[in-house]
Structures are given as structure tokens and as C-alpha cells.
Write a new protein. Structure first.
Length: 121
């Protein structure tokens, strides 16, 4: 009998964030074309990439003493905030970016956390 490999909750959240990014971008592309899909896609990436960084940072600290885990948590959260600010700075350098679709993609990606409690192993 083969053992089933389950995804961790963090992996499920990251996968759902990718799905949300693709869905909201597809919705904007359906309504307004490729150019309309760029803003929500980049907004979603501005939410996803820092979360991925944080998840990888925390995963590296697994099995470490509690003090190192806490330090890794704070460093990861600080890095996540800095990375988010840098990504938005770079995104705002693109002249064709629309603010509302950008924020819609960002908020939709972050809203996955609100539903994380519904995930069951």
C-alpha cells in the first residue's frame, strides 16, 4: 500500500493564492483584454512572492531551537514587508498600471488567508 503524501497547510495556501491570481487575471482579461489583466496579475504577485519568501524562510528553521525559530519569524516578516514595498515600487514604474485592478489582485491574493481556517488536512 503506497503512502499518500499530503500537502501542508502552507503549501495549500500558496497554491490557492496562485489559483486566485490566475482567476482574477483571467476575469479581467475576459472583460478588458490582455492589458487589463496585467494590473491584477502584478498585484497578485506583489502579495504572493513575499508570502512565498516568508514560507521558505520559516521552513528552513524547522527543527531549530525555539529562539532561532522566533528570530527567523521576525526576520522573515521584516523581509516580507521590505519585499512587498520593493515590488510595489517596481510595479508603479510601469506607466500602464491601473490602481484599482492592481489592488483588487493584491487584496484577492491576501484574502486567501481569511479562508485558510476552512482547509482541513
Amino acid at each position: 500500500m503506497a503512502a499518500e503524501k499530503k500537502l501542508s497547510t502552507v503549501s495549500k495556501i500558496l497554491a490557492l493564492q496562485i489559483l486566485v491570481i490566475l482567476l482574477i487575471s483571467a476575469g479581467f482579461m475576459f472583460v478588458g483584454g490582455k492589458n487589463a489583466a496585467l494590473s491584477p496579475f502584478l498585484g497578485g504577485l506583489a502579495g504572493f512572492v513575499p508570502n512565498l519568501y516568508f514560507a521558505l524562510r520559516i521552513a528552513r528553521s524547522t527543527g531549530q531551537p525555539a529562539q532561532k525559530i522566533v528570530r527567523s519569524f521576525y526576520a522573515g516578516e521584516s523581509g516580507k514587508l521590505i519585499l512587498t514595498a520593493m515590488l510595489f515600487y517596481l510595479i508603479f514604474q510601469i506607466p500602464t498600471i491601473n490602481l484599482l485592478p492592481l489592488l483588487a489582485g493584491y487584496v484577492a491574493t491576501l484574502s486567501v488567508f481569511w479562508f485558510a481556517l476552512l482547509l482541513r488536512d
